[in-house]
Design a protein around this ligand. Structure first.
Ligand SMILES: [Zn+2]
Length: 116
């Protein structure tokens, strides 16, 4: 369960950790409000200009209350009822035509008991 994939933005190649629960995936604030077809170019922007992501909004001081909320969220992600949500999210992304890495593909298939 130390796989950092669970903490990262669901947009492929995005170096940010997720901050927004988009329902079918966890996204960083740069990707969360944009259609998926714009994600690759947004990812390129983030990589090309990482300083841009150092906005006051994203890097504001996090209160203890917010930290607790984040911890609960992480706990929930790993809890029994939700522990395969990431796998469903990956499967949906693949179904939408996104190319997953071989590792992502075999990970969700294994988690959901799908045979190659
Ligand atoms: Zn992102």
């Amino acid at each position: 369960m130390e796989d950092v994939m669970h903490l990262m933005c669901a947009a492929r190649g995005c170096p940010n950790r997720w901050t927004v629960d988009a329902g079918d995936g966890h996204l960083c604030s740069r990707h969360a409000w944009k259609p998926a077809k714009e994600w690759p170019s947004i990812t390129e922007d983030i990589k090309a200009a990482p300083v841009q992501t150092m906005s006051a909004v994203e890097y504001r001081k996090v209160s203890d209350e917010e930290k607790l909320a984040i911890l609960r969220k992480v706990e929930e992600m790993f809890s029994h009822s939700n522990h395969k949500r990431w796998a469903h999210a990956l499967r949906e992304r693949e179904a939408r035509g996104e190319r997953l890495t071989p590792y992502q593909r075999s990970a969700w298939k294994e988690a959901l008991g799908v045979r190659e």
